[in-house]
Design a protein around this ligand. Structure first.
Ligand code: UD1
Ligand code: CA
Length: 459
């Protein structure tokens, strides 16, 4: 299959400097969704037609190629003289051995099943996707003769009787490539907009006796396009609702399917529970029995079985072990590995650190560039001073250590096995195993000390 993705439209109504197809839907550019749709039907060739000024689009996809994508050919359309003109630009790159599917870069929710049915219906000829709309204003109308699709008339060129037709052209079509080439060569811009209309291939096909199939999508929402911010957010909500229903169908417990946002891949085991207002970005894996409290953000995180993530936790690019209790209000920054049965509590920040089996930091702590063994207790207010203003250094806290409250560990430093640090210790040298280390000034009381009193003002 050849797939041509039309993406040279201007996107004026977005009122944005970002090319329209780079706007994000569920965390991915619109165009990425369309490329995924092309991959889902096993495209051998993908040709994207873009406009001058749209180099950002090309650059974005060339620097971050999509995994396992067919190679993408980028074709610039200049000037933008219509959808037919756009496909003409792509024609030299089509392989005649396969049919050609036309997609729009700004119609991101089209699904594999609908495309497969459209491709089958084309059967070497022409097939287009149509829907019935109560308000067909602006769309090309599908004109049928004795039930057969005979041509498409654009809104601006339509006669009053044609304007009354509610069946519209979605814009997505499949055609045999040799015929398509021929039809493209026969297009003329004799219409209200002076453009080359791709839709005119329908009449050319019909007049030749080539059957034209009109196919309806599984859902109308698959065919909705993005022309404005309002439509973008409408599709975002649509996507999220559909995705939430898929999760429920898999057995994931959602407190409210209207209040979850998945911007990437969320992979869940059995008996996963997710409370309201959580955002999942990138690839997030939640193993069996994991529960996520309200208002959490997880980005590229894997969470092992039976761990509880409590409200307002923010975690990214990290691994969290089984049977942990994280949060409320914990922040886990990239490159952290949290072992089994770890407890991290409120206002604990962890960065690029490993925390071993059963260790705990329950309140107000910063743990950065640190390796913590098993069974360690980090007291409230403890800070690892990993940064000297120029370089970062590592801290090691061995198994069974007890870090009293409000300690500062000035890295690089090591706390030995089963060592104890007294509260308020500022550790600048290694603390030996099994011993109490403390740097606090010894408590003393000054006898006969007098608190100063305010002098009476002089008159
Ligand atoms: C087109 C169809 C219309 C259909 C409607 C569905 C034609 C002539 N009309 O209308 O029948 O009901 O889509 O939304 O095809 N594009 C280019 N280069 C161009 C012009 C457009 O790449 O020169 C791309 C746009 O980026 C967009 C798509 O083609 O992805 C459709 O363009 P748009 O201007 O929205 O098409 P309409 O005129 O609304
Ligand atoms: Ca449009």
């Amino acid at each position: 299959m050849n797939v041509v993705i039309l993406a040279a439209g201007q996107g004026t109504r977005m009122h944005s400097n970002l090319p329209k197809v780079l706007h994000l839907l569920a965390g991915r550019p619109l165009l990425a969704h369309v490329i995924s749709a092309a991959q889902s039907i096993k495209a051998q060739r993908i040709i994207v037609v873009y406009r001058s000024g749209g180099e950002a689009v090309r650059a974005k996809f060339e620097t971050n190629p999509q995994p396992s994508s067919a190679p993408i050919t980028w074709v610039k359309q200049e000037p933008q003289s219509g959808t037919g003109h756009a496909v003409q630009q792509a024609a030299p790159f089509l392989d005649d051995r396969w049919p050609t599917l036309i997609l729009y870069g700004d119609v991101p929710l089209i699904q594999q099943n609908t495309l497969s049915r459209l491709i089958n219906a084309a059967d070497g000829g022409l097939a287009l996707l149509t829907v019935e709309l109560d308000n067909p204003t602006g769309y090309g109308r599908v004109i049928r003769r004795e039930g057969l699709v005979s041509r498409i008339v654009e809104h601006r060129d339509a006669l009053p009787a044609e304007l009354a037709v509610k069946e519209v052209n979605v814009g997505i079509m499949v055609a045999g490539t040799t015929q398509l080439r021929k039809w493209l060569g026969a297009l003329t811009p004799n219409n209200a907009q002076g453009e080359y209309y791709l839709t005119d291939v329908v009449k050319l096909a019909f007049d030749e006796g080539c059957p034209v199939a009109g196919v309806q999508p599984d859902h109308v929402w698959e065919t909705l396009g993005v022309n404005s911010r309002a439509q973008l957010v409408e599709l975002e909500r649509r996507f999220q609702r559909v995705n939430a229903q898929k999760l429920l169908a898999q057995g994931v417990g959602l407190m409210d399917p209207e209040r979850i946002d998945v911007r990437g891949d969320l992979i869940c085991g059995r008996d996963v529970l997710i409370d309201v207002n959580c955002v999942f970005e990138g690839r997030v894996e939640l193993a069996n029995g994991v529960s996520i409290g309200p208002n959490c953000v997880l980005r590229n995180v894997s969470v092992a079985a039976d761990t509880q993530i409590l409200a307002f936790t923010y975690a990214e690019d990290s691994t969290i072990g089984a049977s942990c209790r994280i949060g409320p209000y914990t922040r886990i920054r990239p490159a952290s590995t949290i072992g089994k049965e770890v407890h991290l509590g409120n206002f604990v920040e962890v960065k690029a650190s490993q925390i071993g089996l059963g260790s705990k930091a329950n309140h107000h702590a910063y743990i950065g560039d640190t390796e913590i063994g098993s069974g360690v207790n980090v007291g409230a207010g403890t800070i690892v001073c990993n940064y000297d203003g120029a370089n970062k250094h590592r801290t090691i806290i061995e198994d069974g250590a007890f870090i009293g409250s409000d300690c500062q560990l000035v890295a690089p430093v090591r706390v030995g096995k089963n060592a104890t640090l007294g509260a308020g210790t500022t550790l600048t040298k290694d603390a030996p195993a099994g011993k109490l280390t403390i740097t606090r000034v010894r408590q003393s009381t000054i006898e006969n000390w007098q608190r100063p009193t305010k002098k009476s003002p002089s008159r």
